[in-house]
Design a binder for this molecule. Structure first.
Ligand code: SF4
Length: 344
């Protein structure tokens, strides 16, 4: 493998060919360190030593009519989770303040639902306006399918910076994971987000039985869709969900997780790449290496699952010599420093 060419091409925003990306994903563990180094060289050239810190709020939990096989919040799942209706804007603002004080740059408001009603949109819009008026935080909304492009425009007008809508898995595998909506529905929502000028956050969940080819395909699909940020989640098998027995994550070794991240990095060199849910479980002792590839993390807990303690994340970043970024980077090319804070 010509690592220098791979890096130079990525720095010209030229991804490897698909068969080359596939070969990278299939490297032996003992051959993976040069790939991590190549991804690190790209990450360092594009993002320096900065890490974007995101905090999630599960603003409405459970009772979701959809049947996503990985999700504890589906009403088809028998998982033991807290279930509650959508928080009011004052509560969302209070949670945003906690996230800011914990060191977040972006606050992600997530609701378990097929898609938002207009009333839901109004509530998130009001929360966003209040958050933006009081705190220097980016706001990302993750509210499911948008059945009306006007809803995306309403969020944009309220100040929502980004909208998360993951591809999750490949088009071919989609119906195995979810039957209540289709991959094409997700593409329609992504198109509404882009149309409204909202930054697209869209990623994947690895470890749901997908092939290597499908992982590569997803990395290229997100490049074609122009995802500004790409969360790469590693499936947390949650008891009570169809994938809860862990049968699909058996090959998700720490080195494989690093190869997946590196392929996403090289195919999407300009995009924020987030080492997301499951990093603690699947990367284990190799977790710090993931931050040499990805330039973004979720701090603290995930929607219904525990994450690593925030202090452990800050220690990891400090030990790696990485610093949090507090630049407004939603729109490519724009870099408005809003505030600065030390990790210490
Ligand atoms: S739409 Fe979202 S909340 Fe609902 S089951 Fe699927 S992943 Fe879970």
């Amino acid at each position: 493998m010509d690592w220098n060419s791979l890096v130079e091409n990525a720095l010209r925003n030229q991804p490897p060919a698909e068969d080359e990306a596939l070969a990278l994903l299939r490297l032996a563990d003992a051959e993976t360190l040069p790939l991590v180094d190549a991804a690190w060289r790209v990450r360092r050239a594009v993002f320096g030593n900065k890490v974007k810190v995101n905090v999630l709020l599960n603003a409405k939990s459970g009772f979701c009519p959809e049947d996503c096989g990985y999700c504890s919040q589906s009403r088809h799942a028998a998982s033991e989770i807290a279930r509650y209706p959508m928080l009011d804007p004052a509560s969302m603002l209070a949670e945003a303040r906690k996230a800011y004080e914990a060191g977040a740059h972006r606050f992600c408001i997530v609701t378990a639902m097929r898609g938002p009603t207009w009333r839901d949109i109004e509530r998130v819009a009001e929360a966003t306006q209040r958050i933006k008026a009081e705190l220097p935080l980016e706001v990302c909304a993750c509210l499911g399918l948008l059945d009306d492009p006007e809803k995306a425009y309403a969020l944009k007008r309220a100040g929502v910076d980004a909208y998360n809508h993951n591809l999750n898995t490949s088009a071919a595998r989609y119906s195995e994971i979810t039957t209540t909506h289709a991959y094409a529905d997700r593409l329609k929502t992504i198109s509404a987000i882009k149309g409204a000028g909202i930054s697209l956050c869209s990623g994947v969940i690895v470890g749901m039985g997908e092939t290597d080819e499908e992982i590569v395909e997803l990395a290229y699909s997100l490049r074609r869709l122009g995802a500004d940020s790409i969360p790469v989640n590693f499936l947390i098998p949650i008891r009570g969900t169809p994938l809860g027995d862990g049968r699909t994550v058996r090959d998700l070794t720490p080195w494989r997780c690093l190869r997946v991240l590196a392929v996403f990095r090289l195919v999407n060199p300009q995009s924020e790449l987030r080492a997301s849910a499951g990093r603690e479980i699947h990367l284990r002792a190799l977790q710090p290496l993931a931050l040499l590839i990805a330039n973004s993390i979720f701090l603290g807990d995930y929607l219904t699952e525990k994450g690593q303690a925030a202090e452990a994340d800050w220690s990891m970043l400090r030990d790696l010599g990485l610093e949090p970024v507090w630049e407004r980077t939603c729109e490519r090319g724009e870099a408005e420093r809003v505030h600065a804070r030390s990790v210490d």
